[in-house]
Design a protein around this ligand. Structure first.
Ligand code: S3P
Length: 425
């Protein structure tokens, strides 16, 4: 479905974005491993996390919607052997984290997903899981899904991760809950730490020493309620939308402000963004607060590559901000963006060009000449964040977005929320 947006004159108001995708995936998985019943409050109910709920049900959990929440009846540490192939849809976080979980289970399971997921690299998780003793087969020597896993009998490892990836870290830590001996993961750079926080919330073994994270075999643990903060990666679209649209003043409420996720706020501030935020509560291990964004005159910057893991999903919308900034924005450290839901480096460049923006592309960098954006067509490349980021980029000029329904993978109310804040509903 194509959506055509006329030029947006102003964005005003307050918005509570849907629940955090990363925390929802983890809450569903840990609620499944727990004994007893719990409430996962304000989870994200969108394509990716509904895939996780379906996979957890196939492993024995009872998960039912209760108003805005999920009521989960856990299985405990010994999951049910699934009767069929497990479909992870478009969700990289699901397939990689659940590979770790299933590696710990003495049973047979097969994981697959959509066309995009079957192209994404799985060797980064199968390599350490094989080292721990899981038996995993997959296409291309175990590097691509479908993955067939026969788990159990794991030993702990000390694993120095070659890529800064929270999914890899989390996959190994989840397997570590079922391993003899300690399991240690060392990150090359800090990545989102939701798994560590959620383990702590449930009383599971977790120790953090700088960039080293350690866990060990879990004892049966009791279910506990968990509240999911609003997703800063979804808030990011409205933050940038408010900065680049004239006469705008938008406040995002109840947003997760975990410091391993706030890289974009720091870069937008440096670009001159009129942006304030405050942590107002600590919600079961995650800092939560508000962010206010107002129309701003932005200037191009050279982004510190160390910040990229702290804003990895926000690079498309940063590129949208850069398109409206005066001068040049250089964004290095983008090698991981090549293997997301789409090749995001290429998808960003193509969409910037569609909107008349000059861009140079390197293997792992983008150089964007800001200041000249014209109306045009957005091609999402089957990627939710590309669809939303470039819808935002085209707000002030007007834009048409093909396959606009891709937004529902992580932000089902995106289009409605946009209409409401722009006074068009
Ligand atoms: C995620 C980690 C990141 C991120 C993804 C969610 C997670 O992926 O891009 O959307 O929940 O752990 P990588 O681990 O591949 O960087």
């Amino acid at each position: 479905m194509e959506r055509t947006l006329s030029p947006t004159l102003s964005l005003q108001g307050r918005l509570r974005v849907p629940g955090d995708k990363s925390v929802t995936h983890r809450g569903l998985m840990l609620g499944t491993l727990a004994q007893g019943e719990s409430l996962l409050r304000y989870p994200l109910k969108a394509g990716d996390t509904l895939s996780t709920a379906a996979v957890m049900r196939a492993l024995g959990a009872e998960i039912v919607e209760q108003g805005k929440h999920f009521h989960i009846k856990g299985v405990g540490l010994k999951l049910l052997e699934p009767a069929d192939i497990l479909d992870c849809g478009n969700a990289g976080t699901l397939i990689r984290l659940v590979s770790g979980l299933l590696s710990g289970q003495p049973m047979f399971s097969v994981l697959t997903g959509d066309a995009s997921l079957k192209r994404r690299p799985m060797g980064r998780v199968t390599k350490p899981l094989l080292q721990m003793g899981a038996r995993i087969e997959g296409r291309d020597g175990g590097k691509l899904a479908p993955l067939a896993i026969r788990g159990g009998g794991l030993s702990g490892i000390h694993y120095e991760m070659p890529v800064a990836s929270a999914q890899v870290k989390s996959s190994v830590l989840l397997a570590g809950l079922f391993a003899d001996d300690d399991t240690e993961v060392v990150e090359p750079a800090p990545t989102r730490d939701h798994t560590e926080r959620v383990f702590k919330h449930y009383g599971l073994p977790i120790e953090v020493e700088g960039r080293l994270v350690r866990t060990r075999r879990a004892e049966p643990f009791a279910a506990r309620d968990l509240t999911v903060p609003g997703d800063i990666s979804s808030a990011a679209f409205f933050i940038v939308a408010a900065l680049i649209t004239p006469e705008s003043d938008v406040t995002l409420e109840g947003v997760g402000l975990n410091p391993t996720r706030t890289g974009l706020l720091r870069v937008l501030k440096e670009m001159g963004g009129d942006l304030t935020w405050e942590v107002t509560e600590g919600q079961e291990g995650e800092p939560v607060g508000w962010i206010r964004a107002r129309s701003s005159v932005l200037k191009g910057v050279s982004v510190d590559p160390k910040l990229i893991p702290l804003m990895v999903d926000e690079v498309p919308v940063l590129a949208a901000a850069a398109a409206w900034a005066s001068g040049e924005t250089y964004i290095p450290g983008l090698e991981e963006l090549r293997v997301k839901e789409s090749d995001r480096v290429a998808a960003i460049a193509k969409n910037l060009q569609n909107l008349g923006v000059a861009v140079e592309v390197g293997p792992d960098w983008l150089r964007i000449q800001g200041g000249k954006v014209r109306a045009g067509a957005v091609e999402p490349f089957h990627d939710h964040r590309i669809a939303m980021a470039f819808a935002v980029c085209g707000l002030p000029t007007g834009v048409s977005v093909q396959d606009a329904e891709w937004a529902s993978i992580s932000f089902p109310t995106f289009w409605e929320d946009l209409e409401r804040l722009s006074g068009k509903d």
